[in-house]
Design a protein around this ligand. Structure first.
Ligand code: S3P
Length: 433
């Protein structure tokens, strides 16, 4: 499928972005371990989170859909059962890595695999700590790559200093820690998203912080919760940047999650001089939410690196688009993790943005973008990566002439209905088979 994008005259309106992907995954996985039914309102019915639902069902946990909610009929900490078949996570890194942590605690056999992208992504980062807790894990290249098999149970606690800031690795270890004997501790080199910590506490897990370590023990039980998922700031990012770089635009987004571990992009856009406002709006699911308002205006280049990177790691493709329309140079460093996302996003962002005539240099750990030149519409490709697809669609809204994004179906992974929302805001876009 392809998306055809015409230059936008202006984007105006008030919309709601779909539920947060990270929080939707966690609500289903943790709900599966609770004793009783967890209701998840505003669940993201995107391809990735639906894979988590399918995997949890295959492990013997009924999940019902009810409008924009799912009901997870949790079976308790010891209630999961051996799946009859291979668990297929599709394109979802969060599903495979968090499930590995959960399955490490269970004494049965499971095999996990996914699409071509997942089978290229590094798994050793979860396999190594889970093996040191006692889980028996095998996989291609000695356990570096999926398909992976897990036979868990009999875990012992570890104290683990993570070499990379990764919420998926942190979460896998904390989940396994709930099944281990003793106190499991994990320490990150820089703070990554903390949805697991917040939500596990809401389910009643004994989680605490001590000397830089996040610690967890086996709970007696997890209590079911009622969760309203906030709008995904990573999805909001595409609409915010679209409003900033097109003329005469004003876009209002309601109930967007603004957990400080996720708002690095907002900080960078402010540093770029963006006309952007955030009105705090209370809490949903133990997460702060806000109303975000973005208006057209000039942007200037910035330098981005260090501890800011984990706070905006998924937003770098759309930040690169903003940078291409900004005056001056933007330099993004310390972001080598981008090379092991759904695609090598340093390469795919550079390759695709150059098709618009943007001046983009690739660094080993980032990008250098010289902004300010007029971009022309391009025929570009998602490479099967949802965030590349949407970033290029937004570039097309602000470029001159028509843009075509091939491989548009990838956008469904995190933002089903993205093209429809753009139309609601006044954009001229259409899909073609
Ligand atoms: C996620 C963590 C991040 C992020 C991904 C979602 C999560 O990955 O890029 O889109 O839900 O925990 P890493 O843990 O690999 O940094």
């Amino acid at each position: 499928m392809r998306l055809i994008v015409e230059p936008a005259e202006s984007l105006r309106g008030q919309v709601r972005v779909p539920g947060d992907k990270s929080i939707s995954h966690r609500a289903v996985l943790f709900g599966a371990l609770a004793e009783g039914t967890t209701r998840v309102d505003g669940f993201l019915f995107g391809a990735d989170c639906l894979r988590t639902v399918a995997c949890v069902r295959a492990l013997g946990v009924p999940v019902e859909e009810d409008g924009d909610a799912v009901l997870v009929h949790g079976q308790g900490l010891d209630g999961l059962r051996e799946p009859d078949d291979v668990l297929d996570v599709g394109n979802s890194g969060t599903t495979i890595r968090l499930l590995m942590g959960l399955l490490a605690g269970r004494d049965f056999y499971a095999c996990l695999t996914g699409d071509a992208s997942i089978r290229r992504r590094p798994m050793e980062r979860v396999v190594k700590p889970l093996r040191s807790m006692g889980a028996r894990i095998d996989g291609r290249r000695g356990g570096e790559l999926a398909p992976l098999t897990v036979r868990g149970g009999g875990l012992r606690a570890i104290k683990y200093q993570m070499p990379v800031a990764s919420a998926q690795v942190k979460s896998a270890i904390l989940l396994a820690g709930m099944f281990a004997k003793g106190v499991t501790g994990v320490k990150e080199p820089a703070p990554s998203r903390d949805h697991t910590e917040r939500m596990l506490q809401a389910f009643g897990a004994p989680l605490s912080r001590r000397s830089g370590f996040i610690e967890i023990e086996r709970p007696l039980r997890l209590n079911p919760c009622r969760i309203r998922v906030p709008g995904d700031p990573s999805s909001a990012a595409f609409l915010l940047v679209a409003a900033l770089i097109t003329r005469k635009s004003e876009v209002v987004l309601e109930d967007v999650g603004v957990n400080p571990t996720r708002t690095g992009l907002l900080d960078v856009l402010w540093a770029m001089g963006a006309n952007l406002a955030a009105e705090q709006g209370g809490e949903q699911a133990g997460e702060p939410v806000a109303r975000l308002i973005a208006r057209s205006g000039p942007l200037r280049g910035v330098r981005v690196g260090g501890e800011l990177i984990p706070r905006l790691i998924d937003e770098i493709p759309i930040l690169a688009v903003a940078a291409a329309f900004a005056e001056g140079v933007t330099e993004i460093r310390d972001a080598a993790e981008l090379r092991v996302k759904e695609t090598d996003r340093i390469r795919t962002v550079a390759e695709e943005l150059r098709k618009f005539g943007a001046d983009v240099g690739e660094l080993e750990d980032g990008l250098v973008i010289r902004g300010g030149s007029r971009l022309r519409g391009a025929r570009c490709h998602s490479h099967g990566d949802h965030r590349i697809a949407m970033a290029m669609a937004v570039a097309g809204l602000a470029a001159e002439g028509e843009t075509v994004v091939e491989g548009w179906e990838a956008a469904d992974v995190s933002f089903p209905g993205f093209a429809g929302l753009l139309e609601d805001l006044g954009a001229r876009v259409r899909t073609e088979a």
